[in-house]
Design a binder for this molecule. Structure first.
Ligand SMILES: [Zn+2]
Length: 287
C-alpha cells in the first residue's frame, strides 16, 4: 500500500494508558517509546491475536504473548526484550482493554463445597503494581551483588528448556536403566542444575569486590558455580525474593454465597483465593 489507508481512522483506539513496574529501565535502546509521559497506550485485542492465544504451542514458547503485546502495546517494539516484571501488568491491562474490568472467578467453597462465582475487579489489581527498585546491592562480606529482572526472552527460553528437560527425565524408568541410559539420565539431571545456574547468572547484573567490578555473564556464571553453598543460597534467595516481590494483589477475599436451604443455614464462610495468572485461561475468548 503506497497511500495511507482511508479506513485508518476507524482502526482500534487506545483504551487505557499504564505506567510500567520497571519504570522503563532494562529495555535496550529504541525498544520502548512512551506514548504519553511515562505511560504506554493499551489497545484491545484483534481477532487474530485471540486465535494465536488458543494455540498451546504458541503459549508455551512465548510467541502468543509477544504477538499480543506487539499488537496491543505498540509502544514496545520488541516485547522479547521487555523485563519480566512488566509482563503481567501489560497482560492485565490488555485483558481490561479487550473484555472490561470485571473478571468472573469460579471457586469451590472449602466449607460447603458449593461453587461460588466471584467478580474480580481487574482495575484494582492493575493499580496494585509497584515499581521494583534494584539499586541496592546485596552485601555478603566485602562482596556487593546487584541484580536485575531477566528479559521475557531469557525467561521463556529457560522455561522451555527446563520443560523439555523435565519431560525427558520423567520418561525414564529409574528402576531399570542400562549403563548407557543411566549416563544419559545423569546428563539430564546435570543440565537441570545448569539451567538454574543460567537463570541465576542472568539475574545478576554486577558483582563488585574492592576494585573489581564484573558484569560479564560468563564470568558471573562461572563465579556462581564455584562459590560455597551458603553464599550461593544467599544470592539465590535475594534473586527469588526480588523476583516475587508482591507487585499485585495475589489473593481475593471471598464470602460464600450459598443460601439457606431446608434446615441448613446460609454458609457465609470467608476464605481467600489465590489469584493465579495462567494465560491459557486468563483471556476469555469472545464467542
Ligand atoms: Zn460455603
Amino acid at each position: 500500500m503506497s497511500e495511507a489507508n482511508p479506513l485508518a481512522k476507524y482502526f482500534r483506539k487506545p483504551v487505557l494508558y499504564v505506567d510500567l513496574p520497571s519504570n522503563g529501565k532494562w529495555y535496550p535502546d529504541g525498544v520502548l517509546k512512551y506514548d504519553v509521559g511515562t505511560e504506554v497506550a493499551v489497545y484491545s485485542m484483534t481477532a487474530m491475536d485471540e486465535i494465536l492465544l488458543k494455540s498451546p504451542d504458541a503459549l508455551l514458547n512465548g510467541v502468543a504473548i509477544v504477538n499480543l503485546i506487539k499488537s496491543c502495546v505498540p509502544a514496545i517494539s520488541d516485547p522479547w526484550q521487555a523485563p519480566i516484571i512488566d509482563i503481567d501488568k501489560l497482560l492485565i491491562a490488555q485483558r481490561i482493554a479487550s473484555y472490561g474490568q470485571k473478571m468472573d472467578i469460579t471457586v469451590k467453597c472449602p466449607k460447603c463445597n458449593e461453587a461460588n462465582t466471584y467478580v474480580a475487579d481487574l482495575s484494582t489489581l492493575l493499580g496494585s503494581f509497584k515499581t521494583i527498585d534494584y539499586s541496592a546491592p546485596l552485601m555478603i562480606g566485602d562482596i556487593s551483588v546487584w541484580i536485575k529482572p531477566v528479559s521475557y526472552k531469557t525467561m521463556t527460553s529457560l522455561k522451555v528448556l527446563s520443560f523439555n528437560n523435565e519431560n525427558l527425565i520423567r520418561s525414564f524408568d529409574k528402576e531399570s536403566l542400562t549403563t548407557e541410559q543411566q549416563a544419559f539420565y545423569d546428563k539430564l539431571r546435570e543440565s537441570a542444575i545448569n539451567m538454574s545456574l543460567m537463570s541465576m547468572a542472568a539475574s545478576v547484573e554486577r558483582i563488585k569486590v574492592g576494585d573489581l567490578d564484573v558484569s560479564d555473564y560468563d564470568f558471573i556464571r562461572d563465579y556462581l558455580s564455584n562459590i560455597d553453598r551458603d553464599t550461593f543460597n544467599t544470592i539465590k534467595k535475594f534473586v527469588e525474593d526480588n523476583a516475587t516481590v508482591s507487585q499485585r494483589i495475589d489473593e481475593f477475599d471471598i464470602v460464600c454465597s450459598t443460601e439457606a436451604k431446608d434446615d441448613v443455614p446460609a454458609c457465609g464462610h470467608q476464605f481467600k483465593v489465590p489469584f493465579s495468572f495462567d494465560v491459557s485461561n486468563f483471556f476469555v475468548f469472545g464467542s
